[in-house]
Design a protein around this ligand. Structure first.
Ligand code: MN
Length: 256
């Protein structure tokens, strides 16, 4: 078993170290992560400049090989799978992200995107996030990761590839919380952009924080984590509005 690990918070992030430690001994592991924090970069690929890969010198202790890329989370997994690794990993893991990736977050998330890049290449993949920022209770989150990955490996990876989005409450007892299979909720629109003036007197804009949960009913990721559960959402990539295909056909399709 070979696992590729990436993230979007950068190769120095505590959540990445926690993820690596969590799967120790379960499989052969390689880490290819972004050089910088690349949160919110979604599935972006870097096409306007070449990418470089740098080896993180091992600190003497025998650990998995870690490299970083001066690019996005998707770049990392893309480069890894299309040439750098020289083999096809059995599983791609991403995270553990600092902060929730629930509902609409999944469209912006680099953590989800890194896993999705694996999934797009037919490799099963799991994205892990903690519901709150601050890197608290990472050990407990790591235990959740380990038991989940162990279970997935035990069940075998031979079926259809899958993409799971896991959100873990920052709690010391996270590993004894129930796990719920959920659907994505929805957020309110983001908070307004924050306008400031730079030292040259020009207006600058900071993207505001994500909105609060709007659709957080039973069965959603928001509901599960708010009620003390680990949320696991199986994701797909097809954005087609299947339900409205007939409506659009009648409205816009040319007559036969
Ligand atoms: Mn992040």
């Amino acid at each position: 078993m070979r696992i590729l690990i990436a993230n979007d918070d950068g190769y120095l992030a505590p959540g990445l170290a926690a993820l690596v430690a969590a799967v120790q001994g379960l499989a052969e592991v390689e880490i290819i992560a972004p050089e910088q924090n690349a949160s919110g970069t979604s599935n972006a690929l870097t096409l306007n400049r070449p990418l470089q890969v740098f080896e993180v010198p091992s600190s003497g202790s025998p650990g998995p090989r870690m490299r970083f890329v001066n690019g996005t989370p998707s770049d990392c997994v893309h480069v890894a799978l299309t040439g750098l690794l020289g083999y096809r990993p059995d599983l791609v893991l991403s995270g553990i992200n600092q902060g929730a990736n629930m509902g609409d977050d999944t469209l912006y998330s680099g953590t989800v995107a890194a896993a999705m890049e694996g999934y797009l290449f037919g490799v099963p993949a799991i994205a892990f996030s903690q519901t709150h920022k601050g890197w608290t209770e990472l050990d407990a989150a790591g235990r959740v990761v380990r038991s989940l990955v162990q279970q997935v490996l035990d069940q075998g990876l031979t079926g259809h590839p899958f993409l799971l989005n896991v959100n873990i409450p920052n709690r010391p007892d996270a590993d004894s919380l129930p796990r719920r299979i959920t659907r994505l909720g929805r957020r309110h629109a983001s908070e307004p952009v924050i306008c400031q003036t730079n030292p040259r007197g020009e207006p600058i804009y900071w993207i505001g924080p994500a909105g609060d949960a709007r659709e957080a009913g039973e069965g959603t990721d928001f509901h599960a984590t708010a009620n003390g559960c680990v949320s696991i959402t199986p994701l797909q990539v097809d954005l087609t509005d299947h339900a409205r295909l007939p409506d659009w056909r009648s409205r816009l399709e040319s007559p036969a």
